[in-house]
Design a protein around this ligand. Structure first.
Ligand code: ZN
Length: 283
């Protein structure tokens, strides 16, 4: 969510670095728009992830961000047509009328990409700072580890928009059911230290040490054999699946589409317009 003007279409949204021979660092590079995620950023991020996955020299990936905050969420001013990009999933019909077109769009861009990233075989560390709002969480939560600067605030205020939460609905698994409900109902933030105590964040570090801490952690992980790392990641992710995480995400995504459909019928928009001022003013 941002009011910032959309920069020229040619501006890259993501930067790729190699701070260590076995560590790829991917940086959200749209600070002038508070790293709001438009369609272009999502596909550039997916491209960068795929290059890191396909490069056998890369053992660990870090996802970080330029500017004052990690990400303010989806760019509500995004007007890119889906036809401008090569889709990653099997759905289509993004312009179909009724609920069908938007369901397909969010399946491809949001829940589809998040599940794809969550299932990548190599360890990914999110290094977050500032605000991680709404869909900002959808970039951090599919990662395996999260290191947060001590100024980080996590929130998902989109219940104010008449939906259940953002599209990759793992809130109860990340925060526990009660804190998830409080975050969703109140639109309030969870700070870095509280997130660490809840098990959502691995480490909280001073802002100035975020990059070096994440790189040191990545270098330690990179000493392990890729086979062991893949097995460990699969074992944990499968344990989450056996607890119902994936089915819960799919069920919540259906409710999310019900919310959009309701808002379309009531307000002619995907979101309840009364929520915009509530979220903007932090009420
Ligand atoms: Zn949505």
């Amino acid at each position: 969510m941002t009011d910032a003007a959309t920069p020229p279409p040619a501006a890259p949204r993501v930067r790729e670095e190699r701070p260590h021979p076995q560590v790829a660092r991917i940086v959200l590079a749209r600070p002038e728009a508070r790293n709001a995620q438009d369609t272009r950023m999502l596909y550039e991020l997916d491209d960068a992830y795929m290059r890191a996955m396909q490069d056998d020299d890369v053992r660990v990936v870090i996802l970080a961000a330029d500017g004052e905050m990690f990400s303010s969420g989806h760019d509500l001013r995004d007007r890119y047509p889906m036809a401008d990009f090569d889709q990653r999933g099997t759905w289509s019909g993004y312009d179909l009328p009724g609920a069908e077109g938007w369901w397909a769009t969010e399946r491809e861009l949001y829940v589809g990409l998040c599940l794809r990233w969550r299932d990548m075989p190599k360890p990914v560390i999110a290094a977050v700072h500032g605000k991680v709002m709404a869909a900002g969480l959808m970039l951090a939560w599919p990662c395996d580890l999260i290191v947060a600067a001590d100024d980080t605030l996590f929130s998902d205020p989109v219940v104010a928009f008449g939906v259940n939460g953002h599209e990759y609905f793992v809130h109860p698994f990340e925060l526990g059911p009660r804190k998830a409900k409080e975050m969703l109902f109140s639109g309030g933030s969870v700070d870095a230290e509280e997130a660490r105590m809840l098990g959502m964040v691995n480490h909280v570090v001073p802002r100035a040490e975020l990059d070096s801490f994440a790189l040191d952690l990545a270098r330690r992980i990179a000493l392990r054999p890729t086979m062991g790392l893949k097995l460990a990641k699969q074992a944990v992710n499968q344990a989450m699946d056996l607890q119902g995480q994936r089915a819960a995400v799919e069920a919540a995504f259906s409710l999310h589409q019900l919310g959009h459909s309701h808002n379309r019928q009531r307000f002619g928009k995907l979101i309840d317009p009364s929520g915009v001022s509530v979220v903007r003013e932090g009420r």
